[in-house]
Design a protein around this ligand. Sequence first.
Ligand SMILES: C[S@@+](CC[C@H](N)C(=O)[O-])C[C@H]1O[C@@H](n2cnc3c(N)ncnc32)[C@H](O)[C@@H]1O
Length: 419
Amino acid sequence: MNRKGADVDRRYMRDKSQVPPKPVVRLGLAILRGVNWIQNSIVPAPMRIADLSFGGYTLSEVVRTAAALGIADKLAQGPMTAEALADDIGADPERLFRLMRFATVHGIFKISRASRRQQGPATTLFANNALSACLREDHPNSQKHLILAVVGKQHLSAGWQELEWGIRTKGRIFEKVYGEAFFERCANDMAIEDTYSKGMSALDHTCGNTILQDYAWGKYAHYVDIAGAYGSFIAELLKANPKSTGVLFDQSQVIHRARKVWQEDASRLALAGRISFVAGDFFKPETLPCAQSKKTAWILRQICHDWPDEETVRILSSIRAAMEPHPQECTLCLVEAVITSKGEPTADVRDRARTASDLHMMIQHDGKERDALQWADILSKAGFKLTKIVSTRSVFSIVEASPVPITSSMAVMDATQAA
Ligand SMILES: C[S@@+](CC[C@H](N)C(=O)[O-])C[C@H]1O[C@@H](n2cnc3c(N)ncnc32)[C@H](O)[C@@H]1O
């Protein structure tokens, strides 16, 4: 370890979340497509398909394990051998060495040049690189909690073992494996829910804050963040738009912890006069924040994809009802991974991530990612008209919709659902 105890990862600890301008992204993707083609040309098909099936879940589990063991945090002070690391975290040195060797082969962590000649648990020095630094708890773009929340066996990963069953039967996979629905499990286990809420905050840094930059949020005076977890997104909106106000809405136990998170963070404390916290259930319009007579964005980031179509229509109908008596001031903004892929093979990480998220949602919630046509249909059933879909440089798009006048048939539908 570095004697001065200085953070040797300094150069990897800068904010790396900025996505380059669109033309640069387009050029990069064209080159990646070429690289993909070359890889498929030089690796025989049987070897490639075996690698894809074997390598995929192996890599995922290795990254999760490294995050859970806190290896990147330990390496912050300098390169360490597997033996020293194992001693520090209470692990077996030989197995830890093998885990780290696999990770470095995949470009996560690196082996310090000085120790490349003599490989072994006692001699090889492992260090952080740009990717592994993002597993550090204190990295400005830390992905640690997102990975623990999404890949962790407490949350999702065991569900993948039942994908075949789920595809055959259309049954609810998460309930089969864990014995209860995901949000019930969260409500019954604070630690699981806390990891999940922290993981959602890390989402801001996964997508390079492009959700904030690539949509004209400044046209609104007020933001209502429905099911905003600990409020990382609305905090950034309020910082970027100093005259605006906002409401963070979520379930009562989540709001209770969100208040604490805001009290402990100086940059959020500074927003105290412009934010209010409301606890409730988005299936019950009477518990939602009151509509105000100023331009308001009703934001649902990563919410609808958690629910099947019928429940999504119920949530959005409930929000439509809460927009009264000021619907003309209200815009619905859904931040979702809108499916655009026509199924061609692609090197675009965003298309891959959207279709992967679709399967995650299938397993975790019986939810789904949707394409533009599916959004138009859902929105019209809930009392909205799709106005536009604004793509960002990240995985996410903003699905923008305006409320349409509530007809008597909708009122009847609401009453039936409430009964
Ligand atoms: C995928 S997280 C989204 C978090 C947040 N929007 C973000 O992007 O960071 C789903 C959120 O839905 C909330 N939720 C689930 N059921 C709810 C309900 N019936 N009423 C209100 N919120 C609910 C959860 O507490 C959780 O914070």
